[in-house]
Design a protein around this ligand. Structure first.
Ligand SMILES: [Zn+2]
Length: 310
């Protein structure tokens, strides 16, 4: 019987679910509104109920060997507990992997949503494991993931690669993390939305690069995105730089301007003279497939150890 990982990508607005097979094919893909999970009652109980209903409907006639879920959250180093989820209520300090294993009797894996995206993008773009790969995702927030020789960088406490929270002087406001001065306050889709409403109230957000791409406000915005990207590039000198996120799929996103700005901030001669970019192909399914990749990777680690305990 074919073996699958029940894979999830949990977002502030939508939660995507699917079954991923060992060749990373995706079937039975569904999108549910995250607020369905947050409706009355306990968010985690609702989450389990959504999974149970999905399993009942799609799990017959196949083997679901593991559950793997990407959260828009900080996660503990052991990847068992979701620590903080600013955009979804009810997912703070939750030992979700243990709960899922108790409920479904299969191994459960959790990772940050951007790490799942990076795993997908590395597979999709045939990026080898050797070397340093950075994923910089300009979405509603500023997402970041780094793999070193194929291993996701998680840090001492699990909180590595929080590029959105590098401090910058002279920023107004308070970040979702509680600090002021985080670059995400100016280098994110949230900020672009505010900019659009304040400066270009007659323009729909989707048209902002098309209509105002050369305005000082938008040039400044792209410069701020590049400031974050160049900071990481100067520290890590990565072999591969993946750039993605919802902003980059908006019409007429100024890629050339972004690259020119990153070059300006990058250390000369290197890494500046060797910069090249891989632009992530946007897709609703990417994070779900990435979760499947992680799930099979972990299952294979267990099999290699000959250890069948969860
Ligand atoms: Zn912050």
């Amino acid at each position: 019987m074919d073996r699958y990982v029940l894979s999830l990508d949990i977002g502030g607005t939508h939660t995507r679910i699917g079954l991923v097979d060992e060749r990373y094919g995706l079937t039975d893909f569904e999108i549910v509104k995250t607020k369905e999970i947050q409706k009355a009652g306990n968010t985690v109980d609702n989450f389990v109920a959504v999974l149970r209903a999905y399993w009942k409907e799609h799990g017959a006639g196949c083997t679901i060997a593991a559950i793997s879920a990407g959260f828009p959250s900080t996660i503990d180093r052991e990847r068992r507990t979701v620590l903080s989820t600013p955009n979804i209520s009810g997912f703070n300090n939750i030992a979700i992997a243990e709960r899922l294993e108790q409920e479904f009797s299969v191994p459960a894996y959790i990772e940050t949503d951007v790490n799942m995206l990076l795993l997908f993008d590395m597979m999709e773009n045939h990026i080898p494991e050797e070397g340093i790969t950075c994923g910089i995702y300009f979405g509603t927030g500023l997402g970041n993931a780094v793999a070193v020789d194929g291993k996701l960088l998680v840090g001492k406490t699990g909180a590595a690669t929080e590029l959105g929270h590098i401090p910058v002087r002279g920023i107004d406001g308070v970040c979702g993390c509680g600090n002021s001065s985080c670059i995400e306050l100016i280098a994110s889709g949230y900020h672009l939305q505010d900019l659009c409403e304040e400066r270009f109230p007659d323009t729909e957000i989707g048209q902002i690069f098309t209509k105002h791409g050369s305005s000082p406000e938008i040039l400044r915005f792209i410069d701020d995105l590049s400031l974050a990207a160049a900071t990481e590039i100067n520290i890590l000198d990565p072999n591969y730089i993946i750039i993605g996120g919802g902003l980059t799929s908006m019409p007429n996103f100024p890629f050339a301007q972004l690259e020119a700005d990153i070059y300006r901030y990058a250390r000369k001669p290197f890494p500046a003279e060797e910069l090249s970019y891989i632009y992530s192909r946007q897709g609703q399914e990417n994070g779900v497939i990435g979760a499947g990749i992680l799930g099979f990777r972990k299952l294979k680690e267990i099999e290699k150890r000959g250890d069948d305990t969860i």
